[in-house]
Design a protein around this ligand. Structure first.
Ligand code: 4AD
Length: 439
């Protein structure tokens, strides 16, 4: 199973003119003529389908759009310029029929993302969603490679935990069905962040990361929130300043994006052809990402003539509309906003101890089309400042504490930014959100 381009390359390398080949895949189009039958069969390895040519005797009324087939024959160079290879079939077997009337996708019709979202079990059979899942897989590898290449140790942080790291109370509780006492003796939840486990391990490995499912009971139908999403989190010990964090976030974004753009040209193009060139992710990589403080951000918002639905005074949380405006103001590139009001950030963010406009050393990375992509902070490593807070957290400070910081990146939001996809439900195989847990 390989793309036609790879097969062509193999033919050239082997100096062969033909291959005996077994192709297993799904019919994308079928056309019967007097003497020949022409099929396009796609095996999911790329957007391209392979043309199959067979004598009319191999025609079968069950060779319809969507049916699963197994074709054997000779793979050879095709006389048609547009179609470098074709498979001259000796036999065609229909492995699984597909009723074209009931199948929700129609041959050669472009179905919108919103339409195909209604069929979570079948949508990977469309060009758009199969491209999306190949890109998602490649982006996952690229992120792991970035961390491996830069000396981070991967930690499998637990899915079940007794902490609410963010303190926002958006927890899914975990108990055996019908239990009348706590299975773990204490209330347990699906993780909202692996940060506290990363902080513990960063105390031994210096640079650690995790990349796994994360759960938040957010009662939201928004285009950028899910109840189950994938988060990439990193924690770095011996940080000197906020720059140590923003550098990793920016490098990771660039490295993963360049990797995907180089490896998934056709798949990415399928999305980018609907995005104006200046808004494509390529143009976000041209300059280094600007850094502004929260206070500067509030000044920009206050001075703008834009009518915002929510207040943007100092002390208010930045809403999506504010984040999108800031990104536009900075030239439609990713922008770091640092030093948020202390009261807006969780207990672990480092106190800047800076006068009446009290801030914490926290940072968000805002990106075009999406808004917040990453949230992070330098952590409060000073025992005296943390006293009276979490007992285990205090222990981490008692035994060999070093200044450290970390961040989390929402992987689905990254894919939205990478491809210009408006709705987060279109970049995850099986989306979970309030009132929806299909399949
Ligand atoms: O800003 P958040 O809440 O940060 C944390 O959880 C930190 N403990 C991470 C850390 O420092 N290790 O979440 C991080 C990112 C957000 O910027 C956003 O991209 C994504 O996770 N995110 C969501 N993505 C989809 N659906 C949701 N409900 C999300 N909530 C957060």
């Amino acid at each position: 199973s390989s793309t036609p381009r790879c097969i062509l390359l193999a033919l050239l390398l082997l100096k062969a003119t033909s291959f005996v080949c077994l192709l297993q895949g799904w019919v994308r189009s079928a056309r019967a003529q007097k003497v020949n039958v022409f099929l396009h069969v796609n095996d999911g390895s790329s957007l391209q389908s392979l043309q199959v040519v067979a004598g009319a005797e191999l025609n079968d009324p069950l060779l319809t759009f969507g049916s699963a087939v197994e074709v054997s024959g000779i793979l050879q160079e095709s006389p048609h310029e547009k179609q470098p290879l074709e498979l001259q079939a000796d036999s065609i077997r229909v492995i699984g029929e597909c009723d074209p009337v009931d199948f929700p996708f129609k041959v050669k019709k472009r179905h919108g993302l919103e339409y195909i979202r209604q069929f979570p079990h079948l949508r990977c059979r469309t060009n758009a969603f199969s491209s999306l899942l190949r890109i998602r897989s490649e982006a996952t590898s690229a992120i792991h490679s970035y961390f491996k290449d830069n000396g981070f140790v991967q930690i499998h942080t637990p899915i079940i935990t007794s902490n609410d790291c963010e303190g926002a109370g958006e927890l899914f509780q975990v108990e055996p069905a019908g239990a009348d006492e706590h299975f773990f003796s204490v209330p347990a939840f699906l993780t909202v962040s692996g940060q506290l486990h990363l902080e513990a391990t960063a105390g031994a490995f210096s640079k650690v990361y995790t990349f796994g499912p994360t759960f938040r009971a957010e009662n939201s139908q928004s285009r950028r929130h899910l109840a189950e999403f994938y988060m990439v989190e990193a924690e770095i010990s011996f940080t000197q300043s906020m720059e140590d964090l923003t550098k990793v976030m920016e490098d990771m974004f660039r490295s993963a994006t360049e990797h995907v753009l180089a490896r998934c040209v056709e798949d990415v193009d399928l999305f980018h052809r609907h995005v104006t060139p200046g808004h494509r992710v390529n143009s976000m990589l041209k300059k280094s990402f600007p850094v502004i403080t929260y206070t500067e951000a509030v000044d920009i918002l206050t001075r703008s003539s834009e009518q915002f639905a929510f207040p943007s005074d100092w002390g208010c949380d930045l809403k999506t509309e504010h984040e999108k405006y800031l990104v536009k103001h900075c030239g439609n590139v990713p922008v770091f906003v640092t030093d948020y009001p202390y009261d807006l950030k969780p207990f672990y963010a480092r106190d800047n101890q800076d006068g009446p406009r009290h801030t914490a050393a926290a940072v968000d990375l805002l990106v075009p089309g999406v808004g917040e992509l990453c949230g992070g902070s330098l952590r409060e490593e000073r025992l005296s400042v943390l006293r009276a807070r979490l007992e285990q957290y205090l222990d981490l400070r008692r035994f060999g504490s070093a200044p450290h910081g970390g961040f989390g990146l929402g992987f689905e939001r990254y894919l939205q930014c990478l491809l210009g996809v408006d709705n987060i439900k279109d970049v995850i195989p099986f989306p979970r959100f309030s009132r929806s847990c299909l399949l």
